[in-house]
Design a protein. Structure first.
Length: 556
């Protein structure tokens, strides 16, 4: 019997030991998976005491200090805005901690909680009733560093200092966690020029503006609410619009949206895109088209967005929580057939492509620019863009005081960087594209080209507008129904564009025309108000050499 009892006792002891081994933390019995970091609570035995009898402020501050020490939790910059989980592990996406269950999971993974009441054990979890309050409490939240953005591509701080790997604090709106390695810098622009030289840009200014767009994306953290919308147009489908935008974006995460003619639909799409992916730096309104009754592409949402330092976007989707974000985004629009409104054009960096011949038959010396060259040389372009910025800094950061654009700080800085690195013609196409891409300005330019340097009253200009078929584009809608109304409406339009410069082209010449208004005695008669398009510059369109040779041969 004794032997049986001893055997039973040994078996009981063995069973108890087995249960104790099974209760050991998983980290001590097996290796964790390599996909995600090991939860600190599995290796840290130091318990956090949550005392139900202590003031809440003490418990909140103590818990906040322990969680902040894990170095992967930050506070959202909004007051009472909760936490942000931002791990340096590339497999862990940034995650907002804004409700009790998510905070409970965060606590379990990071600290061992011993809850006591009256000096006696009272559980091992934070009371669920306290979790939501913690995420709104400044006593708790102020234990964490604020974080405005998490980036995986190298970028610059407002003082033009390149971000270093880890947490970078450059003030409100620029507290950034850079998850990546130290970036490379290349002082030449060999690969950038190889790409730009094969793209069918309409003018040298368009080529330079493409480099300006790439610099703007790299420096997108600067000038919140003061960066232009990049407008990429082409005379043909597949003319290189998306390729140019892809070059400008580089490794920066981008999202493409469909142009919506209704502002609420476009705003909802933009809000959802930015909410779903915090790493987005470029938003492309892809291949925008005019509607059946539309004269041009217009969007009050985009106009407001590019000029708002901290935009707040709204979505009709249930559960969407609008929140202000520092405007570190670049907006691009690509279009073949659409002209944009004057308000958008005033906010644009224009890039125009004009491919010749059959695009499908074109052979590029660098291979397919979009599908072959850019994926292979994207990092080279980024290194050379950083080199351009460093060259400019080494030259004492000169500004381009000659360039004119509504976003003056951006234009003077980007112009200075381009000029130091040998890129000429920045924004020289701005007034040309404003004329070409704005239906009103385009037709005013054509109107002036019909009667250059002639002082005419609004009644004569109104007759010419009707002859040219420009009534809808030039005359306000309320004034189109009568001859007197058209004269009056056109006078208002001409007065509003006084002293502006327009570009136009006739069969023989290209014009730069400045609209002038005068009230005086013309030809010695009674005082009257007249308008003229004064020729600022005119250039004869060259005759094609082949045509000349054929004509000469025929004459012979």
């Amino acid at each position: 019997m004794t032997t049986n009892l001893e055997t039973t006792t040994d078996q009981q002891t063995s069973s108890d030991n087995g249960q104790q081994q099974q209760r050991q933390p998983a980290s001590r019995s097996r290796q964790p998976t390599s996909d995600y970091p090991l939860p600190p609570a599995l290796t840290d035995d130091d318990a956090l005491i949550w005392d139900d009898d202590a003031p809440a402020v003490e418990n909140y501050a103590t818990l906040g200090q322990r969680l902040a020490a894990t170095d992967d939790l930050y506070r959202n910059p909004d007051y009472g805005g909760g936490l942000l989980l931002a791990s340096p592990n590339p497999n862990v996406p940034p995650t907002e901690i804004t409700n009790g269950p998510r905070l409970a999971a965060v606590v379990v993974d990071r600290v061992r909680v011993r809850r006591i009441k009256g000096g006696k054990p009272n559980g091992s979890q934070i009371p669920s009733s306290q979790l939501a309050t913690l995420l709104k409490s400044e006593t708790f939240l102020q234990q964490f560093r604020p974080l405005d953005a998490v980036v995986k591509t190298p970028s610059y701080a407002p003082d033009f200092e390149l971000l270093t790997p880890g947490y970078n604090d450059h003030g409100h709106g620029n507290r950034i966690l850079y998850i990546g390695s130290s970036p490379t810098i290349r002082r030449t622009q060999e690969e950038i020029c190889r790409f730009l030289d094969v793209m069918p840009f309409a003018t040298p200014a368009d080529r330079t503006n493409a480099a300006a767009a790439a610099l703007t994306v790299m420096l997108r953290g600067l000038w919140p609410g003061g960066k232009p919308l990049v407008l990429v147009t082409s005379t043909k489908s597949h003319g290189g619009k998306d390729t140019t935008i892809l070059f400008a974006s580089g490794r920066t995460r981008q999202v493409s949206l469909t142009y919506q003619r209704t502002d609420w639909a476009l705003e909802a799409a933009l809000a959802e895109a930015l909410k779903r992916d915090s790493e987005i730096g470029l938003v492309n309104i892809e291949n925008a088209r005019l509607g059946p009754q539309s004269q041009f592409i217009r969007s009050a949402v985009l106009e407001r967005f590019v000029t708002d330092p901290e935009p707040m976007l709204y979505s009709s989707r249930r559960g969407h929580d609008p929140r202000r974000r520092t405007n570190q985004f670049v907006i691009t629009i690509s279009t073949n057939e659409g002209t944009v409104s004057e308000d958008l054009m005033n906010r644009c960096l224009p890039i125009h492509l004009a491919p010749v011949g059959n695009v499908a038959d074109r052979q590029s010396p660098i291979g397919n620019p979009k599908l072959e060259y850019l994926p292979l040389h994207c990092d080279d372009h980024a290194a050379e863009l950083r080199g351009m910025i460093e060259n400019w800094k080494h030259a004492d950061r000169p500004l381009d005081d000659d360039v004119q654009h509504p976003f003056s700080d951006w234009a003077r800085t980007i112009g200075g960087i381009l000029r130091v690195n040998g890129f000429e013609g920045f924004l020289e196409n701005y007034s040309i594209r404003r004329t070409a891409d704005d239906p009103l300005r385009r037709d005013l330019g054509l109107l002036g080209a019909e009667r250059p340097d002639q002082w005419l009253p609004s009644s004569e200009w109104a007759k010419l507008v009707a002859e040219l078929g420009f009534v809808k584009s030039v005359t306000p809608e309320a004034d189109r129904d009568s001859e007197k109304g058209r004269q009056r409406g056109l006078g208002v339009v001409l007065s509003a564009h006084r002293d502006e410069t327009f570009h136009a082209e006739s069969e023989d010449e290209r014009f730069a025309l400045q609209l002038e208004k005068g009230r005086r005695r013309f030809e010695g008669g009674q005082p009257s108000t007249r308008y003229r398009f004064r020729v600022v510059d005119r250039v004869a369109i060259p005759v094609d050499e082949e045509v000349e040779e054929v004509a000469s041969t025929s004459a012979t």
